[in-house]
Design a protein around this ligand. Sequence first.
Ligand code: UGA
Length: 434
Amino acid sequence: MKITVVGTGYVGLVTGTCFAETGNDVVCVDIDINKVNKLSGGQITIYEPGLEKLFERNLKEERLHFTTNLADGVKHGEVIFLALPTPPGEDGSADLSYILRVADEMGKLITDYKVIVDKSTVPVGTAEKVQAAIAQHCKHPFDVVSNPEFLREGVAVDDFMKPDRVVIGTRSERARKVMGDLFAPFVRQGNPILFMDEKSAELTKYAANSFLATKISFMNEIAILCEKLGADVDMVRRGVGSDDRIGKRFLFPGIGYGGSCFPKDVQALVKSSEDADYEFKILTAVMDVNERQKLFLLPKIKAWFNDELKGKHFALWGLAFKPNTDDIREAPALYMIDALLAAGATVTVFDPEAMANVQRVIGDKVTYASSQYECLANADALVIATEWSVFRTPDFEKIGASLKNKLIFDGRNLFDVARMAELGFHYESVGRAA
Ligand code: UGA
């Protein structure tokens, strides 16, 4: 099938590459000429495990093309995906200006039947707005479909190739047939393609992300209670998660959820609710808990140092908002760094992938170490903010020898509490005995 993807950000590039990988002829459009030149020249612009190999293969085999020319893209695609940014506006609602501007442009360019697909996470009612924006200029037949993306950074290729479900919001039989054919190769194992109306599809995405964020904030509150009551959150998590109705995943407590999706989407759904004259009470609490959770370790650190962090030096492992990505948007580590610096401490950081991005944002406010062990030199304590695999079984002798104190504050519960005590560390984590 001939596919066009407008926007070569994270979702767009994964979408375009994975459609090419299944044999489609894909054109990706972006207004950023530098990005288009890089991508056309074989240089991938995002870090995502497994993507580069597919990208290189499909570029070489000429199933994947990049251009800045929207007219060429519109001419090419029978199906045109919009994977454009929807940043939060000042009031928390999603800003649709990028999408509507492209829709407006496309309206002038369409000359035969097209299926236009909203892939970005967009508020309920956006498909209608896109439809109206295109229809203003376009007299040819077209359908606007909502097809929200559920991929996770770090495992995006797998999530795209083997989705738990594909959600397609359209009331048009013609569009339904085109989308069903396009996605059939991705659901051969029998996972469902769920057809529904556009609004339900749009809301499904927000509801899914908000529910997952709720699970996390809920467990973060249970972790607080565990500490107060002397229970162990690892045990409670297993006990609770073994109930199929609840499920084992997304119950890991920590120093809060981050990234470009959960914080933005929960906030946007709260705002949409307000606009619909409804107060979504649970989600307001989910956001509050997460804000507090990002600094969960701070009172513990302050208590250990008798409230005097001035002149203290901290090693911090993990900057990305989660492992296997270099994405630092809304990363709890950054909030932690700000708080430590504000209290007069200094910080040396290490992350396997995200150092360059952090340097771009906070420059020389912190020192950047070239390895996780170099990071520890002369530090009063180690703070862990992201659960990268390389941090899971470290050389504790080396850690003990490098730190001034055998002291670890772990925001991701990487180590066994009893083992750390045996090794002579004072070890504090989330929801477990110190
Ligand atoms: C999330 C959703 O999981 C995807 O399904 C969705 O498509 C995507 O948002 C999106 O809207 O585009 P992502 O932001 O890549 O994906 O990251 P997740 O793996 O979901 O993790 C989100 C945050 O939750 C991370 O900060 C992670 O550390 C935190 N988390 C996750 C926990 O604190 N505890 C857990 O048990 C699980």
